[in-house]
Design a protein around this ligand. Structure first.
Ligand code: SOE
Length: 386
């Protein structure tokens, strides 16, 4: 079977998820193109990078992404780095004629996202942003039910993404807490997910007004987990947190519905709680990633007296993405969403069509986040520029 050569830039959390997906996709999901794991890149040629290369079966490792994206034997560049590198890597990869997968969010600013769109347009390459939650079967099934008109006219979209991993005051000043690396905090890291899902499920957002809060403003530069908590080490040196811990915003959609969004890293007890609730004239849907194989549907057309939210177990062969895996009732997990993303990207190459969400859609999400940040300054509603 024909191979397609991948270079993966980034070897930590996302590098692990993408490596696994590239390794697993053709073991479970039939298709023409087989990913070849040519080279994995890190910021430095550490033992950790070499271990990742060995563990996931990469043929080579490198700590020089600029030379890797230029290689003639590379077909696809997979950008799985912190956000501040997405723009430069994508522009170099596009200029070298490589197809590109880029982890979310597309960029750290609307300006960067726009330049990335121009670069891939000019290069004529395939491009996709990996908003992985679109590829949860229950989310894809929600999309189908909405498209089939099962909810009727949409009135309300509620999206929330709640985590609690930075609530300890001594949690160190990691890159996600610094604007120069992350662009913004909860707003872009997890708000990009909720915003992408809203655009995917409910369409265009015409205006937003937001609120950003940073609860802990200074953190130790270096800290270590000791006995269940974090202890600052290396003296009393602290750095300023330059992003939001919490981002909330209201939205108007072009279909006339209204949106409420809440994203926080200070929701004690919520490790990774990504939810949406959509309320329409004929029915409603509710999803919670903590029960990612389930979707709740309320159908107003059901017999009076028997109406209520029903729990759909989304694991049948007819449900999106489920057929290649297990028998009904045997569930999928977080890692499967990455395998589905790689599968969809390979299909886009095989059929010479764009995979979704592409960089244009990633730019639209960036434009909503940009409008939220502008609304903080203007203290009024702002419209996305794209
Ligand atoms: C941290 O908030 C994080 O790892 C995000 O960066 C991911 O996009 C999300 O899927 C899980 O949480």
């Amino acid at each position: 079977m024909p191979e397609i050569n991948f270079a993966l830039i980034g070897h930590k959390f996302m590098g692990k998820a993408h490596s696994n997906a590239l390794r697993q996709v053709r073991r479970f999901i039939p298709g023409k193109l087989v990913p070849r794991l040519k080279v994995i890149c890190g910021s430095a040629c550490t033992e950790d990078l070499q271990t990742a290369a060995r563990k996931f079966g990469w043929e080579e490792y490198s700590c020089d992404w600029r030379s890797v994206v230029e290689r003639k034997d590379i077909d696809v560049v997979d950008i799985s780095t912190p956000g501040h590198l997405h723009h430069d890597i994508a522009l170099a990869a596009a200029a070298a004629g490589k197809h590109i997968i880029c982890e979310k969010p597309l960029a750290n600013s609307l300006q960067e996202a726009t330049e990335m769109v121009r670069a891939v347009e000019k290069a004529g390459v395939k491009h996709m942003v990996n908003f992985s939650y679109r590829r949860v079967p229950a989310v894809a099934w929600a999309k189908k039910l909405i498209e089939d008109g099962r909810l009727g006219r949409i009135y309300h979209y509620y999206g929330a993404y709640l985590q609690d991993w930075v609530m300890e005051p001594n949690f160190p000043l990691v890159w996600r807490l610094q604007r120069k690396y992350a662009g913004s905090g909860a707003l872009s890291d997890i708000g990009s997910h909720t915003t992408d899902l809203a655009l995917f499920l409910n369409g265009h957002i015409t205006s937003v007004v937001g609120q950003l809060t940073t609860f802990i403003k200074h953190r130790p530069l270096v800290a270590r987990m000791i006995g269940g908590g974090f202890k600052a080490i290396g003296g009393r040196r602290k750095g300023r947190v330059t992003v939001d811990d919490d981002a909330n915003y209201l939205a108007q959609f072009s279909n006339g519905s209204v949106g409420v969004f809440q994203t926080s890293r200070f929701a004690r007890g919520r490790r990774n709680c990504n939810i949406f609730q959509i309320y329409g004239s004929k029915g409603s849907l509710a999803f919670n990633i903590e029960n990612m194989n389930e979707l709740e549907l309320y159908d107003q057309t059901e017999t009076m007296g028997e109406q209520g939210f029903k729990r759909i177990i989304v694991s049948e062969d007819i449900h999106p993405y489920c057929a290649p895996w297990w028998p009904p009732g045997h569930f999928l997990g977080y890692e499967h969403t990455f395998i589905h993303a790689i599968q969809d990207f390979l299909t886009s190459l095989e059929k010479d069509r764009m995979a979704e969400p592409d960089f244009y859609q990633g730019q639209k999400t960036q434009a909503v986040l940009d409008a939220v940040e502008r609304s903080i300054k203007s203290k009024t509603w702002e419209s996305p520029k794209v």
